[in-house]
Ligand binder design. Structure first.
Ligand code: NDP
Length: 289
């Protein structure tokens, strides 16, 4: 089976590498050097024109937002054929996914939204959690391929459901990061050693993935790597808030988190890492780390 992978970013690069262990993989990236590097490292086939990906039986995509997916789908549309499968690993927007699925269904192409969680470490280790939205048949076709980079793969519902749950997951992540940051800033101000604070908090009922894995390297060891852009997390929280507003639900905490992350993104810029939001948060009190 011939596959194609569109978008070799922080996530797509390692995911396409795992696919290449057992499948022929055509790779396309907007910045072509990255595709050439991927080919040298993983034995994939780099192409200069994204249209060349249309020859694959299964097309993967992992781009920033649903907007870029729509553009690529339109670029490929004239070359697609009935029976192909499109697996979109972008963290996208449920409504756009439903429109994309309709567009592709008109060409006889099955679409599955399959965003992932687990970060760049999970992508490197092939231990991602994948939440898939689509038909039972589409999911069954996608599953053996998703297993090449995921360990927990769940069919969560119809097209768009994967994006919906991913957006809600990231609201929980964003809220946990922010509130853990506030508590640690307060403890630091009181003179507590943050390594000691983490030791206690991470054995307590207030712990989270943020307090256990994300914050200690930054706040104790002073290492602030770029793993996931704040702009992308802001996008996810906005998707969740918009989806919720459409249902006329009152979600004040989600709205607050969305406003805070949007303000932080504006302040820190498009290439800041998501945990840098804590620098913005501390700055609101005239504090730093
Ligand atoms: P990156 O910013 O690292 O990579 C983005 C990719 O999209 C690059 O290949 C980039 O190409 C390409 N791209 C950007 N704009 C365009 C465009 N207009 N047309 C074509 N290609 C474009 O993002 P990530 O890999 O981190 O994220 C990808 C998706 O995965 C996002 O939806 C994100 O929310 C999600 N995600 C990210 C996680 C993470 O920890 N990083 C974890 C889970 C999900 P180029 O090289 O030319 O810039």
């Amino acid at each position: 089976m011939k596959t194609a992978f569109i978008g070799l970013g922080a996530m797509g690069y390692p995911m396409a590498g795992h696919l290449a262990k057992t499948h022929e993989v055509i790779v396309w990236n907007r910045t072509g050097d990255v595709a050439a590097r991927h080919a040298a490292e993983h034995g994939t086939k780099p192409v200069g024109e994204v249209k060349a990906c249309a020859e694959a039986d299964v097309i993967f995509s992992c781009l920033p937002t649903s907007r870029e997916i729509d553009t690529i789908v339109e670029t490929l549309a004239g070359d697609l054929r009935a029976g192909q499968l499109w697996i979109d690993n972008t963290s996208g927007d449920p409504e756009s996914a439903r429109a994309t699925a309709c567009r592709l269904a008109g060409l006889g192409v099955e679409y599955v939204d399959a965003p992932v969680t687990g970060g760049t470490n999970g992508a490197a280790a092939a231990t991602l959690t994948v939440m898939a939205g689509g038909s039972a048949e589409g999911f069954a076709r996608a599953l053996p391929l998703l297993e090449l980079f995921g360990t927990k793969i769940v069919h969560v519902g119809a097209v768009g459901s994967g994006h919906a749950i991913k957006a809600m997951n990231n609201v929980m992540l964003a809220a946990n990061i922010w509130v853990a940051g506030e508590c640690l800033m307060a403890l630091k101000k009181m003179g507590m050693d943050l390594a000691v604070a983490f030791e206690v908090l991470n054995a307590g009922s207030g712990r989270s993935f943020a307090s256990e894995s994300l914050l200690p390297p930054r706040l104790v060891d002073g290492k602030w790597p770029l793993a996931f852009k704040l702009a992308l997390l802001d996008k996810d929280v906005r998707i969740a808030a918009a989806t919720t507003h459409e249902q006329h639900l009152a979600t004040p905490v989600m709205d607050l988190v969305s406003n805070l992350y949007t303000a932080a993104r504006r302040d820190l810029g498009e290439s800041a890492d998501y945990i840098e939001v804590l620098k913005y948060m501390a700055g609101m009190s005239g504090e730093g780390w």
